[in-house]
Ligand binder design. Sequence first.
Ligand code: A2P
Length: 272
Amino acid sequence: MNEHITVTNTPTAKTPTLPDAQTVTQVRHWTDSLFSFRVTRPRSLRFRSGEFVMIGLLGDNGKPLLRAYSIASPAWDDELEFYSIKVQDGPLTSRLQHIQPGDEIILRPKPVGTLVLDALLPGKRLWFFATGTGIAPFASLMRDPDTYERYDEVIMMHTCRDAAELDYGRELVESLSDDPLIGEMVGDKLRYYPTTTRETTPHMGRITDNLKSGKVFEDLGLPPINPDTDRGMVCGSLGFNTDMKDALEGFGLKEGANSDPAQYVVEKAFVG
Ligand code: A2P
């Protein structure tokens, strides 16, 4: 599958002087184009679920090659988890996809981002809208007790082209009700609405279409999105984010920010 990729081991990649080095503890390949990995967490790193950090490797020129990645693990986890696409000619992910436990990556411990609970006004129902690797910040928020303390219901809508691309999110969601740490808090508050758009599966369609047609409300037995009760967080491609903003504004929701909390927030899913 990756036969046209030549991996060269650069001696600089493991130099002990690597700045902000963290050690890879686990790697899982979900499909030919998706993988997740866990790394050690710097003791000093504090972050809010949903935020992102810059991570990467040393480039061939000896300079750090960094990209923004949402932290997919919750704030209470001892390690950090990331979920990534593999771009065969991507400057970073063409190499990052080959990391193994014991390898080092660079992680700048400066978390930032708008997909945080603090950027939203209080509400009753929280909607997570993601395409592809855009589920990463929600993998963190779905494991955060604060999410369930603040909202009565949490709905995770995730859309990918093919069924296998949903596996990372599906496995996570399915594990939560039995999770010894937060299982009780999650209870039956978390609803999951995965769909595909290319491969035929029982649940299909773009998130935007399922919102506009009202199918998702009908399927879940929920009233339509309402600015008095519903809050949204959006993470996907630029096109998806733009169309979701239109859809949510159409329901009467206003965009918020850390400095000005409102009814929905948006962030681009990072690739590279
Ligand atoms: P579709 O297959 O109909 O394009 P991509 O890999 O292109 O980022 O797409 C990931 C998923 O997001 C696909 O299921 C795709 O649906 C969907 N998608 C892409 N663009 C949009 C958009 N503007 N609005 C809603 N869904 C989108």
